[in-house]
Design a protein around this ligand. Structure first.
Ligand code: GRF
Length: 292
């Protein structure tokens, strides 16, 4: 047990003894001061007294051990020890990472992302943005109890019109999962490096305006391609253009139609998109923690 503590705290035997003495004396001082304080406040013994005693002890314990640590030469150990406890408490209080999904189709990718994070307390899909009233993804939002926002074209292309609403959801990542409008500069600048898109082909081929859904798959087949796939990429001001995060491939056979190819591509999307979202959020968290 003592050996374990020495390893864990990276201290020698003498320091360990001094640390244990500090804990013991600090605790005694804390108990003594706690009782004195309660008698000054004239709180009678009973359940209220016990509650107040625990509360006071919790508050003054760090000061007591810090004070006692000074004559024992263990001030720096306890300062670090308490800082670590404080950081742990704050980490547990951290808000879950927030994802805003932009989607305007059936929403199968949106559903996969929601399912993927369903039991993950540290990530939440906080809003679904859609430009098509009646789109399947809106039924998913309703079924999953996720707020949705239907946006209007002219206001969206003003760039900053929807910013105040989006900001309310403090997005860590904006995920375009079947969203066809170009993202205006105002939005890209507001969330630099935080907007990603999935495209159902291997960019830079078969991307750009008008290249969506069956049009993409038909173009791939018409061109006699032997393979297609998915591209997950950061969003910039051009259609289907930003830095590529991941590409995954599937074979295109002579029997494939736009429909069967779409199914293969959807399979790839459903497998990889949620994982990529998770990886990006993990990366952001690591950066946040190392800056903290
Ligand atoms: C996906 O194929 C995606 O690549 C593209 O739009 C489609 C959306 O499908 N951007 P769904 O609505 O998620 O089923």
């Amino acid at each position: 047990m003592l050996e374990q503590l020495k390893k864990r705290w990276k201290v020698n035997t003498i320091s360990l003894v001094l640390i244990i003495c500090t804990f013991a004396l600090g605790g005694s001082l804390c108990g003594y001061l706690g009782r004195k304080l309660l008698s000054l406040l004239e709180i009678d013994r009973g359940s209220l007294w016990l509650f107040a005693y625990i509360a006071v002890m919790t508050l003054i314990w760090p000061f007591c051990v810090l004070l006692i640590s000074i004559p024992f030469g263990q001030y720096y150990f306890f300062k670090n020890y308490l800082t670590r406890i404080w950081a742990k408490l704050n980490r547990n209080k951290q808000q879950p990472a927030s994802i805003i999904l932009f989607a305007s189709g059936a929403g199968s990718n949106a559903q996969k992302i929601i399912d993927h994070f369903r039991s993950n307390q540290s990530v939440s899909v906080s809003l679904i943005v859609c430009n098509k009233p009646g789109a399947g993804v809106l039924s998913i939002a309703a079924k999953e109890n996720i707020p949705s926002l239907i946006i209007e074209k002219e206001q969206f292309f003003r760039g900053d019109h929807y910013l105040p609403i989006l900001n309310q959801y403090k997005p860590d990542l904006i995920v375009l999962a079947g969203f066809l409008w170009k993202i205006p500069a105002g939005l890209i600048n507001a969330y630099p490096g935080k907007i990603i898109n999935i495209h159902p082909a291997l960019l830079p081929k078969y991307g750009g305006k008008g290249m969506y859904g069956q049009f993409v798959h038909q173009a791939v087949i018409d061109a006699g391609e032997k393979e297609s796939g998915i591209t997950i990429h950061y969003v910039d001001e051009l259609y289907d253009h930003g830095a590529v995060i991941l590409q995954e491939r599937c074979a295109v056979t002579a029997e494939d139609t736009a429909l069967t190819l779409a199914e293969k591509v959807h399979q790839l999307e459903h497998t990889h998109f949620p994982l990529v979202v998770e990886q990006i959020l993990k990366g952001q968290k690591a950066v946040k923690n190392s800056n903290a």
